[in-house]
Ligand binder design. Structure first.
Ligand SMILES: C[S@@+](CC[C@H](N)C(=O)[O-])C[C@H]1O[C@@H](n2cnc3c(N)ncnc32)[C@H](O)[C@@H]1O
Length: 229
């Protein structure tokens, strides 16, 4: 691992949920997850300031998926496949990650990286608007993972919650939004996104069909488990 901080986060953070020195320390423990392809994907993120979830969150995605024996995962906003790398490892040979991204170049890059990692056959990548692809894709999911544009978070939660199997997970990145959700005075880099994330978090935590928590690592990851009937 060459870089210890996360690319793609803006530097106007109002609050760092976890002290950067602590995140740095945790990353120094992650050497066992090193893989040539992963290192290349992380280098690409750095060079292009692309907001991947990073190693600390990636390992937690893989572990959560393994813990519930996930086989079918839907990703809203896959970028070039970094988060899918972790899910694809977890679901095994018969599993499937349905990836979505609006930029066709990201699909090309994902194919290149994930094929090199031996994981591409577990991925069905769709270039397009994630919410539309979701509606066009049938069936239930073990995990719905949301990392799309933040203004869409409340609607994505509303559509995803119905299609997560009992015991399955809804996971969304950036739910602390560099601390903006916790203060009154902030600069919204995209108008309306902070309010959308706050509404989203409130909807998830107040839903009687789900139990939820937030892992404050990096920019905050919400994990909500659909209760058994
Ligand atoms: C934060 S990045 C995803 C990073 C990825 N999950 C990872 O950690 O490797 C968000 C990506 O989602 C795409 N995106 C955002 N909103 C979208 C939407 N509604 N439909 C499809 N793609 C979307 C953007 O093009 C961008 O590549």
């Amino acid at each position: 691992m060459t870089n210890l901080q996360m690319p793609g986060s803006d530097n106007s953070s109002v609050l760092a949920p976890v002290d950067p020195a602590i995140e740095h320390y945790m990353l120094t423990l992650m050497g066992q997850t090193d893989h040539e392809v992963l290192t290349e994907m992380e280098a690409y993120a750095w060079e292009n300031n692309f907001p991947i979830v990073g190693r600390l969150v990636g390992t937690s995605l893989e572990m959560l998926a393994r813990m519930i024996d996930a086989r079918r995962v839907f990703e809203f906003g896959s970028g070039y496949g970094y988060s899918a790398y972790w899910f694809a490892r977890a679901v095994g040979r018969g599993g499937q990650i349905i990836c979505t991204d609006s930029n066709p170049l990201n699909q090309e890059k994902a194919a290149q990286y994930l094929a090199a990692a031996g994981l591409w056959e577990r991925v069905a990548f769709h270039t397009g608007y994630a919410q539309d692809v979701f509606v066009q894709t049938e069936g239930m999911f073990d995990i719905c993972y949301n990392d799309a544009d933040k203004g869409g978070y409340p609607d994505i939660w509303r559509m995803a919650r119905e299609r997560i199997r009992p015991g399955g997970l809804y996971i969304a990145d950036n739910v602390l939004w560099h601390g903006r959700v916790a203060v009154d005075d902030f600069t919204d880099i995209h108008p309306g996104w902070t309010e959308a994330i706050k509404m989203h978090n409130q909807l998830v935590f107040s839903d009687p069909a789900f139990d939820a928590f937030i892992n404050p690592t990096r920019d905050g990851v919400i994990v909500a488990r659909r209760k058994m009937a």
